[in-house]
Design a protein. Sequence first.
Length: 373
Amino acid sequence: MKIVHIVRQFYPSVGGLEDYVLNLAKEQRSAGHEVVVMTLNSDFQTGKQLVEHEEHQGIKVLRLPWKGSKRYPICKPDPALLNQMDLVHVHAVDFFIDYISLLKRLGRITSPLILCTHGGFFHTKKNQWIKKLFFNVITRWTLGSVDAVVCNSSNDYSVFAPISRRAQLVNNGIRVKKFGPGTPSGSAPANDLVYLGRFSENKRLPWLIEQFAKIEHPPGHLKVIGRSKTGDAAELISLVKRLGCEEKVKLIFDVEDDEIASHIVNSKFTVSASEYEGFGLGVVELMSYGLVPFLSEEPLSFKDFVDDSGVGRIFNITSSNFKAEYDLLVGDWSPAAAVGAASYANQFSWITVAEEIFNVYETTLENSVRAYR
């Protein structure tokens, strides 16, 4: 089968969306399929211009020129190239899916079209009324010519199912212990909270740091780990200095995987105060190491992680229960809780998720053949 994945950012850019496409493409290539990733020709994180053709981990990468905003980049793939593919799989709700769906509606693209939602575009509360209007008019119209809508979380399904009868839930995939085994310090893991991911606004890292800084003599540290180019790292550095909490909060930027893994295996908990998530990939990746989740209550997937795993705690952003919940989290920890977190995460392994995605492909192709007849 010939499959093209279309996504606005890919290697060398780093993030959850990029990881998803890479791991799905690798599984599909291992299964014997011909896979191409089509993406934009610049890295949003560095501003660097990228070469048109490249191969990354055995996957062909085709990069295209674009213009406009990074939030809604204008890029027009060649319909003739897309029609050479058995399946066109678009990732995220942006110009790509709107444009390709229009071409499909006009009969210029004949290949079946799949969309993965990846949280849509509601990650922040900015311009919500405009987003909702766009979603209920343009996105609803776009999905009318999409053959299958793969929702990457229960939250996404609740959002997309009302506007598409082709919506179906296939939870995100993770690489189990993706950063490597790590090096234990020799003693028991500390009561540290680890945040790992982007520093974007919806993650509410300043709030998280402020809440942790208020705790007198906390039983552990808050470790914030990520790439400095994924948000305002300078703001976080300034905030920690202003609050005088350098001994409580550790900012760990731009380090290699083995160092990240060592921080993880010497900690007990993963934390996120995010207000919106398409899924929460970073949380489940850390749970695969046995880190127990400590999460904000707003993303539906976060509640699922705690409820379905049977471990961890939820805190409320608007109340003052962060410290109380952290104390209960520490008191509840046990080796069995760590095992429970890891066991829960294993169900999201890429082998399982890739099989579910392929089932969507097969059903879509069968429906396309029947419609043609």
